[in-house]
Ligand binder design. Structure first.
Ligand code: ZN
Length: 288
């Protein structure tokens, strides 16, 4: 089996310091979290940017550039930027960072996320029966096509975010329109409110639903990653972890950092007998 690619998602847009006080906000903190995750075994870092003071997600090229420059000065981890942005960020801003960053070879991302359908995004306080976040991330057809075309034009490999089964079909529609180049790389996102539940059955179904020759990785919200990650490792997939996806290192214990979560996945994989890929090995596996 090929080596395991671990992606570190170090900040995201929905996690806050109320969830975990170790969440990085400033470009320096986000870059530090990326480099520490690389040291722990991550081959890819998935980046969002935040307002350094308020911690609000911001989709601004200059912030991304700052983060990427620091990371690049310390390691060769693969840079994967978000085009999902965060709640309330307009479509034009979400994709707008790609042409801007790609204009400078020093900060051009090698990969970027591409959400393959619209999604009810939410956060729920079950006790109060209250949706703390009550949003829809809009990804209409023409926008998805525009995002995919833009990534292709700038030579940025899309990571196809799949929150529900129909989104695989959506990706294949984009491929039929020549907006995606093979091999495809899917990211299955299980266990988020509004998406597929985090079960092994759903993971196997998704894995069996993508074209042969495609690679895939798993995100499972919260503690689910420690239950489903080993299934992804055993099935030949790859794994993403970090404070964007969950804030605990085990039940009831907050993670100290994304790097600690990466180290846990690397340790599990090692004990299962599957080695962890370096960024260079990951570039070969993903045909970057
Ligand atoms: Zn993200």
């Amino acid at each position: 089996m090929e080596k395991l690619i671990i992606t570190a998602a170090v900040t995201g847009a929905l996690t806050t310091r109320q969830h975990n006080p170790h969440l990085p906000h400033t470009p320096e903190e986000i870059a530090r979290a990326a480099v520490d995750s690389w040291k722990a075994g991550a081959a890819v870092v998935h980046l969002h940017a935040r307002d350094p003071l308020s911690g609000q997600p911001l989709q601004k090229a200059d912030l991304f550039a700052k983060i990427i420059r620091i990371i690049r000065s310390e390691c060769d981890i693969i840079i994967n930027t978000s085009t999902g942005g965060g709640p309330g960020i307009p479509l034009a801003d979400r994709i707008g960072i790609i042409p801007e960053l790609s204009a400078d070879p020093e900060v051009r991302p090698e990969m970027a996320s591409l959400n393959c359908g619209s999604l009810n995004v939410g956060m729920l306080n079950r006790k109060k029966r209250e949706f703390i976040l009550n949003d829809v991330q809009m990804n209409p057809w023409a926008s998805m096509l525009h995002f995919a075309d833009t990534l292709k034009q700038h030579g940025v490999t899309p990571e196809l975010e799949i929150y529900d089964t129909a989104m695989i079909n959506n990706a294949l529609v984009l491929q039929s329109l020549d907006a995606l180049s093979e091999p495809l790389h899917f990211q299955f996102v299980l266990g988020v409110l509004g998406g597929l539940q985090a079960t092994v059955e759903n993971l196997v179904f998704l894995k069996n639903s993508i074209p042969g020759g495609a690679t895939w990785s798993l995100i499972a919200a919260g503690l689910n990653i420690y239950m489903l990650g080993p299934s992804a490792i055993a099935l030949g997939g790859h794994v993403r972890t970090g404070l964007e996806d969950g804030v605990h290192i085990e039940k009831g214990v907050l993670a100290q950092s994304s790097a600690q979560m990466v180290a846990k996945i690397a340790r599990i994989s090692g004990e299962m007998g599957r080695e962890v890929a370096t960024p260079q090995e990951a570039r070969e596996i993903l045909s970057l």
